[in-house]
Design a protein around this ligand. Sequence first.
Ligand code: NAD
Length: 273
Amino acid sequence: MTVPTLTLNDGRTIPQLGFGVFKVDPAETERIVTDALAAGYRHIDTAAVYGNEEGVGAAIAKSGIPREELFVTTKLWNDRRGADDARAALNESLTKLGLDHVDLYLIHWPTPANDKVIETWETFATFREEGLTTSIGVSNFDHRFLPAILDTGIVPAVDQIELHPQFQQVETLPLLAEHDIRIEAWGPLGQGKVDYASTVVGEIAAAVGATWAQVVIAWHLAKGHIVFPKSNRAERMAENFAAKDIVLTAEQVAAIDALERNERVSADPAEVN
Ligand code: NAD
């Protein structure tokens, strides 16, 4: 089976399963993204702050894969706010990536202490009109931060938020559904910090002949989340990619749903500025 695609609220399509490069060493990024493209991934999620956009760009250029077959996301870092600085930052990212546009540009964090976030978001709509990015969205804007964004009348195509079985963002999901905003689940495997293999995930993995990581990815896909698990290792890239072919029963999905306990593994967006 090919990777499923989802349609965004702006009419664009996105591959539901991609590859993330958070904490991928810039010096190794070209090799790692080359491996990911060889494994079949066509959707790459990076960010200015990861420091590895050049490696992503080099891998894309050398791959020879037609641009229109790729979906590339990058993100505006927290110290770049306001119309002029955001524009300069996007241009820097495009230069590093070697691209004339990205498919998706995100505000990385809501940075509640900065009063220029709304101006920045309004500028994102301009970037979309100019074709510098095809779609625009936000990241880490949970139910506390989304209303101010929605008040502008510019609806994000996606919200990229920490989400995995023990932290399912139950307060934010209804708002996203109401506005047809797609969920991008970051840390989809709990960043390797949660022992999901010892939970019902491990039992389901044994039952379906898959690994725990594949079962968690298959759960995300069944829930309609966009995911881009990260691994530096080619065999895990292939393992994670193969999760697209695993179909869980409604009972198995519900059993994983029941792991929710409102426990994040990473930063609270209210505390990141
Ligand atoms: P993840 O949940 O994808 O976990 C990655 C870790 O899981 C790996 O380092 C490895 O230790 C482990 N792992 C991967 N595949 C495995 C397998 N098959 N078996 C066992 N262990 C495995 O966490 P992540 O990298 O933080 O999140 C994925 C992507 O989401 C990132 O690379 C990045 O693109 C994005 N992200 C965005 C934000 C944000 O603020 N917007 C924050 C974090 C991550």
